[in-house]
Ligand binder design. Structure first.
Ligand code: FMN
Length: 376
C-alpha cells in the first residue's frame, strides 16, 4: 500500500481534484474563486487551525532574520496574488513565512482590457496583464488596518496606471501611497518595473525621474518617523548598463535597503513550448518556469556587484525546494512565488520548506542565512 505524508497528500488532492476543476475555468475567474474561498475560510478560526495543522512546516533551520525582522521560514507570497489585502488571514495558515499585498496604487484601477492572465501550461507559465488592477490605497489601507497578517507584511506600491500622471505627478503618486502604507507594513516594496501599464517607459528606465523620486523618498524617510526598510523591485530583462546605473544611483540613498528580483519578463523568446499564435495574441509579462534562470542570474549579478550588502528577495519560476535553494545560493535571503502555487497547489509551500530544510542540513548549513550567496 502506498502512503503519503500530509504535504504530498495536499499536493496530490490539489492536482487530482481542485486543479482540474479550476483549470476548466478562465484563469481570471479561477483567481477570483480562489480569493473568495480563501477570504471566507480565513474568517473562521477552526478553518485556519485545520489548515495550519496540515500546511505549516516548522524547522529552526528555516528561521531567519532579514532587515532586522524575524521570519519563521523564508518562503513568501509574491506581489499580485493578494492585490487588495483580502487574504491576510489565510496566507499564514498555508505555511507562508511572509506575504506581499498589492501592487497598491494611489488611485483605483479596474484593470487592462481582458484577459488579465493566460495559462501557458506547456511552459508552466502565465501571461499577466492586470495592469496594476487594485482598489486604491485608501480602501486597501482601511482593510489592512483591520486585518494585519500574523506574518511579516510587505506592501507593494506602484504608480497608478494612468499615463496622464507623469513627471512630478508620478513622484507624488508614489509618495502618497508610501506615506499611507508605511505605518502598516514591515517592509515597503517599490515596484518600479511593472511591464503592463500604459506609461511606456518604466520608472526603472528613466534615470532622471528615478533620481527625483529617490530624492523625495529619502527626504520623506529622513524627515519623518517612517523608518521601515524600503526595497526596489527590478525587472529581469534589465541590461547590464541599466543595472549599473540603478545600483550606482540607489547606493546614494540609504533609505533603500534591498531588492526584490524579479518582476515578470517581457521576453517572449523564453517560451519554448507555446505556439507563436498564442504568444502573439496576448499582451502582458510572463511568469513561472521560463523566467527562473533569468531571475536567478540577476540575483547573482546584484549580489556580486553589491558584495552582498543589500538583502535580496528572490522570485521567479520557483516550483520546488531545489529552485528556492538555487536562488538562496545565488544571493537571495528570502524567496517568493505565485505561479508555482497556481500549478502545484498551496501544498507547494510546505514541500519547499521541508525540502529546503533537508538541502540546508545535507550541505552542512546551520541556517538559511549561512547558505546565502554560497553558490558557484
Ligand atoms: C497573477 C499575477 C499577478 C501579478 N501582479 C503583480 C503585481 O501587481 N505587482 C508586482 O509587483 N508583481 C506582480 N506579479 C509578478 C510576481 O510578483 C512575480 O514577480 C512574478 O510572477 C515571478 O514569480 P512567479 O514565477 O513565482 O510567479 C504578478 C504575477 C502573477 C502571476
Amino acid at each position: 500500500m502506498c502512503s503519503f505524508d500530509v504535504g504530498n497528500r495536499n499536493m496530490f488532492l490539489y492536482k487530482k481534484i481542485a486543479k482540474p476543476v479550476l483549470f476548466l475555468t478562465h484563469p481570471d475567474h479561477a483567481h477570483a474563486i480562489i480569493s473568495r474561498v480563501g477570504q471566507t475560510l480565513g474568517k473562521f478560526y477552526p478553518a485556519r487551525a485545520a489548515l495550519t495543522a496540515s500546511f505549516v512546516h516548522e524547522d529552526s533551520v528555516l528561521e531567519t532574520d532579514v532587515f532586522g525582522i524575524h521570519f519563521k521560514n523564508p518562503v513568501g507570497l509574491a506581489g499580485g496574488f493578494d492585490k487588495n489585502a483580502r487574504l491576510t488571514h489565510i496566507i499564514p495558515a498555508i505555511g507562508f513565512g511572509f506575504m506581499e499585498v498589492g501592487s497598491v496604487t494611489r488611485h483605483a484601477y479596474n484593470g487592462n482590457v481582458r484577459p488579465w492572465s493566460v495559462r501557458l501550461k506547456k511552459d508552466q507559465s502565465l501571461i499577466i496583464n492586470y495592469g496594476l488592477k487594485n482598489e486604491g490605497v485608501d480602501i486597501i489601507y482601511a482593510r489592512l488596518q483591520k486585518n494585519k497578517p500574523s506574518i511579516p507584511l510587505i506592501v507593494n506600491i506602484a504608480k497608478t496606471n494612468n499615463p496622464a500622471i507623469k513627471g512630478m505627478g508620478t513622484i507624488e503618486d508614489y509618495v502618497y501611497s508610501y506615506k499611507k502604507m508605511e505605518p502598516l507594513a514591515d517592509i515597503i516594496n517599490i515596484n518600479i518595473s511593472c511591464p503592463n501599464t500604459g506609461d511606456g517607459v518604466l520608472l526603472c528606465e528613466d534615470m532622471g525621474l528615478l533620481k527625483n523620486f529617490l530624492d523625495a523618498l529619502q527626504e520623506t524617510y529622513d524627515a519623518s518617523s517612517y523608518k521601515k526598510p524600503i526595497v526596489f523591485k527590478l525587472k529581469p530583462d534589465i541590461t547590464d548598463a541599466m543595472l549599473d546605473e540603478i545600483l550606482s544611483l540607489v547606493k546614494k540613498y540609504p533609505c533603500v535597503k534591498g531588492f526584490i528580483i524579479s518582476n515578470l519578463s517581457q521576453n517572449r523568446g523564453l517560451l519554448s513550448h507555446t505556439s507563436i499564435s498564442t504568444i502573439e495574441q496576448y499582451a502582458g509579462g510572463i511568469s513561472g518556469k521560463p523566467i527562473k534562470d533569468l531571475s536567478t542570474s540577476l540575483i547573482k549579478k546584484v549580489y556580486t556587484l553589491t558584495k552582498g550588502t543589500y538583502p535580496i528577495i528572490g522570485v521567479g519560476g520557483i516550483f520546488s525546494a531545489q529552485d528556492a535553494y538555487e536562488k538562496i545560493r545565488a544571493g537571495a535571503s528570502l524567496i517568493e512565488l505565485i505561479t508555482g502555487m497556481i500549478y502545484e497547489g498551496p501544498g507547494i509551500v510546505k514541500e519547499i520548506d521541508k525540502g529546503l530544510a533537508t538541502l540546508l542540513k545535507k550541505d552542512g548549513f546551520a541556517s538559511v542565512a549561512d547558505a546565502v550567496g554560497t553558490g558557484e
